[in-house]
Ligand binder design. Structure first.
Ligand code: URA
Length: 220
């Protein structure tokens, strides 16, 4: 897909998602928070769910946690326009409570389709919910943060990079320090994944050339 086709496909997906009623969160939302940034981003961030300000403005990470994300991005020479930012849930849970399993199950196809269309090389998961969903493993963020792992999503393999959630780091100085250190390794990691051709998830079906000797022997 070229850049124009990708942007159009993502817009079409966003229009579909904007009227989603697959879970009860549809009733309380101001609007769906689809995600924002470059449809061609090599680096994508996945957070948890919109909060009050995101629900009001329709853009992910615009509150205090978003300001921290912007600062961390600036520290590695990037802006929000260079990356794509989305959440596990596209609608705000009441009172900013944790996402429920049935809400995640209803919403995850939207995120997987976003990843399929954007084709990022590196997906930084912010916090436990995004990390567990995309890694397919129950291991929590405290154990896996800062450790890249290759995962197969649909027909592609992408590198996941679990990070502490900026909202959690805002109130815990030791976590903020670790988040800053993990974040600082993104440029090197991005260079590495951009150099390495992404392995295909589907096995390549090798078409065997007949052995010339076997041909001579009349076996083909
Ligand atoms: N926290 C998130 O996980 N996502 C947002 O969009 C805002 C805060």
């Amino acid at each position: 897909m070229d850049a124009v086709e990708r942007a159009a496909a993502l817009r079409e997906h966003s229009e579909l998602v904007s009227t989603c009623t697959k879970c009860a969160l549809a009733q309380g939302r101001t609007q769906v928070v689809f995600g924002s940034g470059s449809p061609d981003a090599d680096l994508m961030f996945v957070g948890e769910a919109p909060g009050f300000h995101e629900d009001q403005q329709g853009i992910p990470f615009v509150g205090q946690a978003g300001k921290l994300l912007d600062t961390l991005l600036a520290g590695i020479g990037l802006t929000r326009g260079d990356v794509f930012v989305a959440n596990v849930l596209k609608c705000r849970p009441p009172g900013n409570r944790d996402p429920l399993p049935d809400e995640i199950a209803a919403c995850e196809p939207h995120l997987f389709r976003q990843i399929e269309l954007i084709e990022p090389k590196l997906v930084a998961t912010l916090g436990n919910f995004a990390t567990k969903l995309l890694s397919g493993r129950p291991t929590g963020i405290t154990r896996v943060h800062g450790h890249p792992q290759d995962v197969t999503l649909g027909v592609r393999t992408v590198t996941l990079y679990p990070l502490y959630h900026p909202a959690a780091a805002l109130y815990t100085p030791s976590m903020l320090k670790v988040l800053g250190e993990d974040f600082a390794r993104i440029p090197e990691l991005l260079d590495r994944v951009l150099e390495t051709p992404a392995p295909r998830a589907e096995p390549n079906v090798a078409v065997a050339e007949p052995d010339p000797q076997a041909v001579q022997l009349g076996l083909f």
